[in-house]
Design a protein around this ligand. Structure first.
Ligand SMILES: [Zn+2]
Length: 108
């Protein structure tokens, strides 16, 4: 059971002597699961994170419940997108400060 939201689930041991609560097994395309968030269960029933490596096609990869727990604040899973968003905000502010913002079309 998740201590944050109370949802029932199975905790799995890991090779780092920690435990991880995983969402039920799903075969998700690797591209929709951010690197370092993909978990597999090996033949010893130990959960291990594939890191930056993509699991074999068709492998039932899982995600940690904490990524989708309603009792926790959502993690920034794509930090490079956040960095780009912040850079664009800075660029837009610089353009506004210089009075060089382009006219946007009326999208009505
Ligand atoms: Zn939870």
């Amino acid at each position: 059971m998740c201590p944050e939201c109370g949802v029932a689930g199975a905790w799995h041991p890991t090779y780092t002597e920690a435990w991880v609560l995983l969402e039920p097994a799903q075969i998700l395309p690797a591209y929709i699961v951010p690197p370092r968030q993909r978990w597999l269960i090996d033949g010893n029933d130990i959960a291990w994170n594939t890191g930056d490596d993509e699991p074999a096609p068709g492998a039932p990869r899982r995600i940690a419940h904490r990524l989708v727990c309603p009792g926790l604040e959502r993690q920034d899973l794509w930090p490079w997108l956040t960095a780009l968003e912040l850079e664009n905000a800075r660029r837009a502010q610089r353009q506004a400060d210089q009075g060089t913002l382009p006219q946007l079309p009326d999208t009505g």
